[in-house]
Design a protein around this ligand. Structure first.
Ligand SMILES: Cc1cc2nc3c(=O)[nH]c(=O)nc-3n(C[C@H](O)[C@H](O)[C@H](O)COP(=O)(O)O)c2cc1C
Length: 181
């Protein structure tokens, strides 16, 4: 069945299915507004995607530069590509960073290997004298969750002609509308 891209509701559902599908591409490009307004982007792993709440969850180290950037300016852009569906998703949203005891339960469920990602010393981005001059000391105090409240979703379906593009916005209750690609 490949008729999903012919209706707005089909595109909306498929987009959230793609974002939440753990068997497909879970990497997204997360773009923030850096210091001096220089755009910054990096790959991160999408942990959760909720269609109902239109929210995304990402895990990170609290001491990364992106956290500082989002605390200063919470406006972010997320880019996702699903090769199997020829589907590009461009999301804009507002980021909120959570850390501390609110994440105790989540930390308890993390495998040891994953915990290694939260507790790099010196902090990520610090100048070091050699490539291996850093340590990984898992630290729940350095564990952070980024919640992105999605405000708009711009979808482009390529692969076969004619291409489709649709824009969905929180402001109009996600009704969505077609756009020229
Ligand atoms: C495949 C891949 C997956 C990554 N996943 C994450 C992630 O889930 N969370 C994260 O904070 N950084 C992740 N990173 C590292 C970031 O891309 C980035 O280098 C790091 O978070 C520091 O970014 P910043 O200095 O802009 O904050 C990943 C990198 C790669 C290459």
């Amino acid at each position: 069945m490949s008729e999903w891209h012919k209706t707005l509701s089909g595109i909306w559902s498929k987009s959230w299915e793609a974002l939440g599908d753990r068997s497909r591409n879970r990497l997204v490009n997360l773009a923030t507004i850096g210091q001096d307004r220089t755009p910054q982007s990096r790959l991160v792993m999408l942990r959760e995607a909720s269609e109902e709440a239109a929210q995304l969850q990402i895990l990170t180290d609290l001491t990364t530069v992106k956290v500082e950037e989002m605390r200063r300016t919470p406006d972010v852009a997320v880019l996702h590509w699903t090769p199997e569906l020829d589907l590009q998703l461009r999301l804009n949203g507002t980021a909120h960073v959570t850390s501390g005891s609110a994440l105790d339960e989540l930390w308890a469920r993390l495998p040891d290997e994953a915990r290694q990602n939260y507790g790099v010393r010196p902090p990520p981005g610090t100048k070091i004298p050699a490539s291996d001059a850093y340590e990984r000391i898992p630290d729940p105090a350095q564990f952070a969750q980024i919640t992105i409240q999605v405000q708009s979703l711009d979808v482009v379906k390529v692969g076969a002609a004619p291409h489709q593009r649709a824009l969905f916005q929180r402001a109009d209750g996600w009704a969505g509308g077609w756009r020229a690609p």
